[in-house]
Design a binder for this molecule. Structure first.
Ligand code: SAH
Ligand code: SF4
Ligand code: F3S
Length: 477
């Protein structure tokens, strides 16, 4: 079994993201190096950025030393995410000092949060571009040619980049992301996202279905529909729930799921993130109706105590959350559930923390992303509450939930032993070239001898052994 730190590191990296590089084709002779941090939505945005830059003639490179332009697509969710990026910017600053024509730009949530501060105070970058301003990137880069700085951090109520065909940066050619909405209107008190991503807006469903169809035609077999709160997806309905154009149909998230599921029965659908306050029975029913909508739901609880949830402004109680889980399990008994948890939120007592522990014991999550609370500037929590749980207490509580989750993950994986599951083959296993890996509908990872399978195939497998993270399996007929 993995050590605690390894487990935590893996979790942290999953959410904060690793640096990744893009390759696309262009012709203006200039080379772009793009590095991404943060959530899946930020990685999906990097594909939009790559597309816009490549349309404007930029060739991308994996080698930072041959770049003319360096762009960092950043995350502000926790302080350590920003610290990591600052460190990276300092490294790039050294490169700039020895290569005067090199441009460094910061994109994404940290750009939006700090705006021109990064230009004025620290002179680390030439370019600051927020998440709704990527269409202006090529002209902004051009503006910096004469040594000026360029900034566009305007947030939009409409921008969804619906017409831009993303350059796929995921290398497996089997699974991909589709952004279905942007922004967030929820104002959870700990969260910086509403400030960095702006108001919630949904993307035209026809462009989503078209993108799913195009991916399927290119050989992709799984799409994950992305939004900060997918359950509040709505098309042709305004925030007061009034129909905008009576001549046109309205589309909610359950209906969107159905439309994408109908693209092809061999295209698997996943989605993230569901919000417990908005998850409807209709979504669970649609999941149950279509075999290709995976039996897996990421339903972040954050805390198992209703008073803490109230301070977090999450809009639900422990009981409501458990009722939503029941609504899912009643319709999809084998549905896997994962969650996000924050330990040591403002004023969290030991008893309140124990409610999170007891909820985790009750639910036995398949997977969890767990974090110590990190105060973010301008959020409701920063303004209203004191960040009063000592750092060592936050960390101890975090360790406690991580250890508990490891046990649940192992127990859940054991449930899959000696049964046959259909998995989508995603590629070679990290352990050996002779093994492939794939996931079942519940998102559990199976590793098995290659045989004559290739990425994109569906195969039936049966596992004989497992760890908390992986099932060791054989292909069966
Ligand atoms: N929209 C998603 C969450 C996006 S952020 C939702 O509502 O569930 C991903 C996760 O980061 C959150 O679920 C939360 O667990 C964690 N997170 C967000 N802000 C945080 C903070 N200030 N400190 C620690 N963890 C935080
Ligand atoms: Fe942040 Fe809450 Fe919006 Fe999620 S739903 S992005 S936690 S404000
Ligand atoms: Fe980070 Fe922004 Fe995503 S803050 S988690 S990159 S929306």
């Amino acid at each position: 079994m993995k050590s605690n730190t390894e487990f935590n590191k893996e979790i942290d990296e999953n959410v904060q993201g690793n640096a990744t590089m893009v390759e696309s084709n262009g012709t203006n002779g200039k080379k772009l190096y793009l590095e991404s941090y943060g959530c899946q939505m930020n990685f999906a945005d990097s594909e939009i950025v790559a597309s816009i830059m490549s349309e404007n003639g930029y060739n991308t490179t994996k080698d930072v030393d041959e770049a003319d332009v360096i762009l960092l697509n950043t995350c502000s969710i926790r302080e350590n995410a920003e610290q990591r990026i600052r460190k990276r910017l300092t490294e790039f600053k050294k490169k700039k000092d020895s290569k005067s024509e090199l441009k460094v730009g910061i994109l994404g949530c940290m750009a939006e949060r700090l705006k021109s501060q990064l230009l004025e105070e620290e002179k680390l970058v030439d370019l600051v571009v927020g998440p709704d301003a990527y269409r202006s990137l090529p002209s902004l880069v051009e503006e910096t040619d004469g040594g000026q700085k360029a900034v566009n951090v305007l947030l939009s109520r409409e921008e969804t980049y619906a017409d831009i065909s993303p350059v796929r940066l995921d290398k497996n050619g089997v699974t991909s992301f589709i952004s279905i909405m942007r922004g967030c209107d929820n104002m959870c008190s700990f969260c910086v996202v509403p400030f960095t991503r702006g108001r919630e807006r949904s993307r035209d469903p026809e462009t989503i279905v078209k993108e799913a169809q195009e991916l399927f035609d290119k050989g992709y077999r799984e799409v994950t529909l992305l939004g900060q709160n997918v359950d509040s997806y709505r098309w042709n309905v305004n925030s007061k729930k009034e129909i905008i154009d009576p001549a046109k149909p309205t589309v909610n998230f359950a209906q969107l799921l159905e439309k994408v599921a109908l693209v092809n029965p061999d295209l698997r659908i996943r989605f993230s993130t569901s919000h417990p306050k908005d998850l409807t029975d209709e979504v669970a029913e649609t999941m149950a109706k279509y075999e290709n909508i995976c039996n897996y739901i990421h339903l972040p609880v954050q805390s198992g105590n209703s008073d803490v949830l109230k301070r977090m402004n999450r809009g639900y109680t422990r009981e409501w959350y458990l009722d939503r889980l029941k609504a899912i399990k009643d319709r999809i008994p084998d549905c896997a559930i994962s969650t996000d948890i924050i330990t040591g939120f403002c004023g969290e007592t030991e008893e309140e923390h124990q409610d999170t522990v007891s909820l985790m014991k009750e639910v036995e999550y398949d997977y969890a992303y767990m974090f110590a609370y990190s105060e973010r500037p301008k959020t409701l929590a920063e303004r209203k509450f004191e960040d009063d749980v000592p750092e060592d207490v936050k960390k101890r509580r975090l360790t406690e939930v991580i250890e508990l989750q490891q046990k649940s993950s192992l127990k859940n994986n054991k449930k899959y032993l000696n049964k046959v599951y259909k998995v989508l083959v995603e590629g070679k296993s990290r352990r050996s070239d002779e093994h492939m890996f794939g996931r079942n509908s519940q998102n559990a990872v199976f590793v098995f001898p290659k045989g004559d399978t290739k990425a994109g195939d569906y195969v039936n497998v049966k596992a004989h052994d497992c760890t908390a993270a992986t099932l060791l399996a054989e292909i069966v007929d």
